[in-house]
Design a protein around this ligand. Sequence first.
Ligand SMILES: Cc1ncc(C[n+]2csc(CCOP(=O)(O)OP(=O)(O)O)c2C)c(N)n1
Ligand SMILES: [Mg+2]
Length: 410
Amino acid sequence: MVEPAHLSLHVPEPAVRPGGEPDFSNVKIAKAGAVPRPPVEAAAEDIRDLAYSIIRVLNRDGEAVGPWAGLLTDDELRTGLRHMMTLRAFDSRMLMAQRQGKTSFYMQHLGEEAVSCAFRKALKKGDMNFPTYRQAGLLIADHYPMVEMMNQIFSNEADPLRGRQLPIMYSSKDHGFFTISGNLATQYVQAVGWAMASAIKNDSRIAAAWIGDGSTAESDFHSALVFASTYRAPVVLNVVNNQWAISTFQGIARGGSGTFAARGLGFGIPALRVDGNDYLAVYAVACWAAERARRNLGPTLVEYVTYRVGAHSTSDDPSAYRPKTESEAWPLGDPVLRLKKHLIVRGAWSEERHVQAEAEITDEVITAQRQAEEHGTLHAGGKPSVRDIFEGVYAEMPPHLRRQRQQAGY
Ligand SMILES: Cc1ncc(C[n+]2csc(CCOP(=O)(O)OP(=O)(O)O)c2C)c(N)n1
Ligand SMILES: [Mg+2]
């Protein structure tokens, strides 16, 4: 008779902890240009490999190579670079503003700028994103005014959300940016529902769902995949794998095996994995997935392989759980520097132009901040009225809320 085993749980552990040598040997990186570009009609089972590889366009020398290259002009690439640089400058000013007590909280995108900036370019007016808190590039790249974003961050008298949201949880219907939900993964089911509604109405608008690696462990992620695949909803299902969920490494949500993209295969959803630090690759894959949705071919799951260089938020200190030098060891590099190098190799950019652009962008951000601060910051100047708590939820305020508003003296 075989002795029964002493049962134990498997708890995935990150390869290294603080004090150790960073190690990304587990991230298998395909050569730029090596992954094929299938027709958008391809069935999920025929392109399984794409859920396990990494689609890349920019090689080490800064050249754009392979079947996913060649979609963007010099001008478009320069604009893309500017969007990413703007997001980075915006982040650094707002991080400073938080340290100065002008807002209670901030979350930055450092290292992940290409994902949301390049994705936005694949969408059309009227399409709707259901973002998390790390996709402000969707707004920047759609020219949503930075002043509005800062007003929201400062919860001042001009805050479009009237102080009712956590700083950075923007909302703009006009810019295809659904109100951010702090309850993670809820936005995934909402995106699929919105996409289904668009199809039911025979509309042409598509939706984009956003989630981080850690949040894919939520049941909402899986429910969304059931509905998206069953009804072939016109939605792009984005997973931003930045290796960390606050202090939890991505291996926990992933179950220590497979990839996040491969989650789509079990649902029959075509799934691709892309270099999230490669602006050209992100754009090419986003276009591929958006075209599938637009042509009524159904959902696509896209995993962006990237790295969260900064802290999770201003309330976090990553040195407690990962080596300080880990971001330097990240093998996919910096999205801004990689696009800059590519533009220089193309003969469409130079070090001088880059320095000049950096100075212009810093000026733009500082000007916007000055304008926003005229409307107040967390502890100074104008604030939204308490009356606003009661507004904006119902088209017509129900009697009990009207009573409560009166009781509050507004
Ligand atoms: C339903 C829910 N559970 C937990 C939290 C707390 N929380 C906020 S951010 C976060 C980590 C999310 O990590 P990931 O999904 O990888 O996104 P990232 O921050 O890396 O962009 C957690 C657990 C939350 N906001 N909502
Ligand atoms: Mg994460």
